[in-house]
Ligand binder design. Structure first.
Ligand SMILES: Cc1ncc(COP(=O)(O)O)c(C=O)c1O
Length: 417
């Protein structure tokens, strides 16, 4: 069984024709493959098996509880960035002692909640955050991580680059020794871990190596200062193939982890998101109209930028194909694939070769499992896009499409009396 492929002229998700799901749940919808999620997770786990590494799935990439549960059942922890994500991870069955809290703007309430749930680690990203955490933890005590900013260019899209000195993330590497010393001096706080995450969709391992080397040097320096550093959080960031990228082999990534941190005797954590879910999901949409403009052909579909914002936000590329397999001798013409939203930015792709299409034909956006449904909104009062999880020849609706009633009930009229 393969995860997503064409059989009998039709795209299948595992053993179900995607058109069958569309018939039952309507469009647009996201569809994830359990086999794909499992295979990605196992591949990473196996690559890192020689070292003491815990995989904490970065829930932000796809926070559907059914997806989180799939990884939790495989033994994964979770990397979370908000109270909402923490609640989702716990509800999905991730043990609290496998949860790591990252993020530049954790509020006092969020920090207090995370401490009360006894999560594995909070990775502090600034001195003001450290001071707030110090106040909350003074009595109960907390072992913490400190995320450093290694000033490394991850060579990815600037909007998902997080490890340069001018990015908002982490403590500047040059101040790290001072901040660890400050943390140690606080009653109740014990800094025992160094964390780093330099960006997302990395297809070159050199920046990761540079970041990990910097972290390893810091661990050595911290130990020389008397800190008991027992773990390193290496972040996420591994890229996937959307078009023609060549993501680094996991064995090469594992070798870099080993070469940079292997001799430190630290427990290691990684926080992959996109790499685990990106190619385990698709977005299925229906053609509304195939419209010939004065100079361009527009295929208008029923998914829009509110359902999948990556192309509008990051100029991201997704393969877009008919769900019914196009015969080899079918003639195609270039088309822009656009949604119905009243913004020119609601354009998924320009100049893609597509066969003639009619209303109700199904199209698939490939590689839509990461940073897809999680970024969806109801802009233009469109209903939130549903999510489907496939396993073998079964599928489950793991987030249903809300009704218009539910959408309208979210607002209340002001009662001024
Ligand atoms: C701290 C942290 N860890 C992990 C990730 C996951 O990144 P990716 O999906 O590229 O693996 C992110 C993403 O922004 C992050 O900010």
């Amino acid at each position: 069984m393969t995860e997503f492929d064409y059989r009998d002229g039709m795209l299948h998700a595992e053993n179900i024709a995607v058109s069958e799901i569309a018939e039952q749940v309507g469009t647009p919808f996201y569809c994830y493959s359990t086999a794909a999620l499992t295979n990605r997770y196992n591949a990473l786990r196996d690559a890192l098996a020689a070292q003491d590494v815990t995989i904490c799935y970065a829930v932000k990439a796809n926070s559907n509880q059914a997806v989180i549960r799939t990884f939790a059942e495989l033994g994964a922890g979770a990397d979370i960035v908000s109270e909402g994500e923490l609640r989702r991870a716990l509800a999905a069955g991730v043990p609290a002692d496998r949860i790591i809290f990252s993020g530049v703007g954790k509020t006092r309430d969020e920090l207090a909640y995370a401490l009360s749930e006894n999560i594995h680690k909070i990775n502090v990203e600034s001195v003001p955050e450290l001071e707030v955490l110090g106040e909350i933890a003074a009595e109960r005590g907390a072992e913490i991580g400190i995320r450093v900013n290694p000033d490394v260019d991850a060579k990815t899209h600037e909007k998902i680059s997080t490890g340069k000195a001018d990015n908002k993330f982490g403590i500047d590497i040059g101040r790290a020794l001072d901040v660890f010393a400050k943390a140690r001096a606080m009653p109740g706080v014990k800094p025992v871990s160094v964390a780093v995450h330099i960006g997302s969709q990395l297809t070159d391992l050199a920046p990761l190596r540079a970041a990990y080397e910097t972290v390893a040097e810091l661990v050595t320096a911290l130990r020389a200062d008397g800190h008991e550093i027992d773990s390193i959080d290496l972040g996420g960031g591994l890229g996937i193939r959307y078009k023609d990228e060549t993501p680094p082999p996991l064995a090469d990534y594992a070798r870099i982890v080993q070469e940079t941190t292997g001799n430190l005797g630290c427990q290691l954590f990684v926080e992959p998101g996109r790499m685990l879910v990106g190619n385990a999901g698709i977005l299925v949409t229906r053609v509304i109209y195939d419209k010939q403009g004065q100079s361009r052909r527009f295929v208008i579909v029923d998914a829009a930028m509110n359902d999948l914002v990556r192309p509008a936000m990051y100029d991201a590329y997704h393969e877009i194909q008919p769900v019914r397999e196009t015969r080899a001798n079918t003639s195609t013409t270039d088309a822009d694939i656009v949604g119905p939203i009243c913004e020119t930015g609601d354009t998924f792709a320009r100049g893609r070769a597509l066969p003639p299409l009619k209303t109700d034909d199904l199209l698939v956006f490939q590689s839509a499992g990461a940073y897809g449904a999680v970024m969806a909104s109801t802009y233009n009062s469109r209903l939130l896009v549903p999510e489907i999880l496939v396993k073998g020849d079964k599928f489950a609706v793991v987030r249903r499409r809300p009704s218009y009633d539910e959408l309208l009930k979210q607002d209340q009229l002001a009662n001024w009396q």
